[in-house]
Design a protein around this ligand. Sequence first.
Ligand code: ASP
Length: 337
Amino acid sequence: MPGQPIILSTWSLGRRANAVGWEVLSAGGSALDAVERACIAIDADPGVDSVGLGGLPDASGRVSLDGCIMLSPRRCAGVCFVREHNYPVSIARRVMEHTHHVLLAGSGADEFASREGFERCDLLTDEARKVWQKWKTDPAQLTGERYRGWLPPRNVEERRGVEGEGPGDDKQRIAADESLPHNRRHDTVGVLAIDAAGVMAGACSTSGMAFKVPGRVGDSPIIGCGLYVDPRFGAAVATGTGELLMRTCGTFLAVELMRSGRSPAQAATQVIERIIESCDIVDDHQVGLITLNPQGQWASAALRPGFRVAIRSSERDELEPASRVLLNGGEATGSLL
Ligand code: ASP
């Protein structure tokens, strides 16, 4: 049933993603094009250190990208551990449209991208290399905390100096943003949209955890973990500690809860509750989730404060905090291992 177009994205960078996606939706374009272009806009920006070009590398100093795109269980795909091409969501779209597969990984995904006409590129920028070199010398300099092995600090956006907050032009905001520890700035760009024809689509893109163990792949390219869309029941996209979402199939669970009659708000909250029940949560963990039903009702929930959702429709262009936050501080319930 045709409705009002809407686009929702994770974090403050989602406002920029939404602006690009909204151009597509407001001109009568498809939700699939809108979510893809929204992710491309962030992937192309070398100033965003958690997505696409300029993403922070793994512990060995190499960047690897993950992403996926989904219209329905019949039409979805992801790519992971892509090291030589940008735009994982666009590569995933080609996997969805030109193959029978759902996931391509590593050198196979890179070779596929080259065959599809994507340009090879060096994803590691000088800025990201400098941050990695600094991390290697003294990880505590970057985190301001005791080094905790491979786990980076939790995803949190500070209220001051982040895009979309307070006065000032882009340059001022970027300058203020520079003062934040690098691996706290931004995270996966996850996008959900409904177009004027009532079609729902989702996409997400990430360079994963900064300084991860080489070979690590998170939730973002995995259908049902970082993203799930079933046009009959709803869609969900996630960001944060991928391992928690992979242990619980978090976005599949959210859509399944909507299938069994829960509202988007109940579904989002119950996924975070399930994560808390099922996993050993430590201080550095964070998860943010956006849920959307086919009628355009949406909600968000997070493990901890700091997660925000960017909303764009004909009536709204805003950034707001998660409507439900399940843990308020640093109460950890388990150990890292
Ligand atoms: N979920 C992503 C991952 O674990 C990272 C993030 O959203 O910050 O790779």
